[in-house]
Design a protein around this ligand. Structure first.
Ligand code: ADP
Ligand code: MG
Length: 268
């Protein structure tokens, strides 16, 4: 049917007509300005269901600002964003609270800082939003939380407060908390950059498992080898623009643009 099949590391969901996978997230012409300063400039990104996109680029290039548009933590100044063919963010229209609730249930996010509640145990941190946002019963929430703690290898820490967990463990709890809302996709903003390398590895391992289970993910990262191994596509951003988007091998090993080459020479 004329659809070009591209090699994918992960199985993406086939559309009913065969061929290309269902699009889960589509950003079109996204720009973000802070006052007179435009820090994201006309960025497009289409993410099929099940795909992992890594965003790399120098500090201050607009990676976080662009990523945060996907759950409206950052309202775009221009452009549109469609998630799951359903929730549309349009820079020209303020979303309702109902829109935002729906969006944030579909799109989970993990940050560099874990933002766990310090007075709650690991399992209570994961229970919380299931009850308040999804209206799950406490016992249903608890069994889902335990299942997720097991998945991130932290069953034994269920009743421990965050301060008594390592940074890597806290980040894995934060990932479990985001997964507890059964998101359609996950956003990660440098989830390991606050961690010692060895603790970072255990977080990257959880993310790898998540990717191979078919989770759709957009990951801002400075871990080039991780990006090469896990991503289906890499987007290189500089000065607010998507300079280069392609398969990891191409972008990392044979970058076309001079700006990409210069960046990679320093970090990879
Ligand atoms: P990156 O994640 O690639 O390091 P950011 O998206 O955090 O880049 O930032 C891009 C630019 O936008 C930077 O120059 C930063 O200082 C600026 N910026 C980010 N957030 C704000 C804000 N809330 N107000 C003003 N400027 C901001
Ligand atoms: Mg950032």
């Amino acid at each position: 049917n004329g659809v070009v099949t591209v090699f994918k590391k992960h199985d993406t969901e086939a559309s009913p007509g065969g061929g290309a996978a269902r699009v889960l997230a589509e950003a079109k012409g996204i720009s973000v300005s802070f006052g007179p300063l435009e820090v994201v400039k006309q960025v497009d990104l289409t993410v099929p269901k099940g795909e992992v996109v890594a965003i790399i680029g120098p500090s201050g290039s607009g990676k976080s600002t662009f990523l945060r548009c996907f759950n409206y933590l950052q309202p775009p100044t221009k452009g549109t964003l469609e998630i799951d063919g359903d929730v549309v963010i349009d820079s020209g229209r303020k979303p309702t609270n109902a829109d935002l609730l729906k969006l944030r249930r579909k799109v989970g996010m993990c940050f560099q800082s874990f933002n766990l509640f310090p007075h709650l145990t690991a399992v209570e941190n994961i229970d919380l939003a299931q009850v308040s946002a999804l209206g799950r019963s406490k016992s249903d929430a608890r069994s889902r939380s335990m299942e997720l703690l097991k998945r991130v290898g932290l069953e034994a820490k269920a009743n421990t407060k965050p301060a008594r967990c390592s940074g890597g463990q806290q980040q894995r709890i934060a990932i479990a908390r985001a997964l507890a809302l059964d998101p359609e996709m996950m956003l990660f903003d440098e989830p390991t950059s606050a961690l010692d390398p060895e603790l970072g590895h255990e977080v990257l391992a959880v993310m790898r498992e998540l990717a191979s289970s078919g989770m759709t993910m957009i990951i801002v990262t400075h871990e080039m080898r991780f990006a090469e191994g896990v991503a289906d596509r890499i987007m290189f951003m500089a000065d607010g623009k998507a300079v280069e988007v392609g398969e990891p091998k191409q972008v990392l090993r044979e970058p076309i643009h001079e700006r990409t080459q210069k960046f990679l020479k320093m970090v990879f």
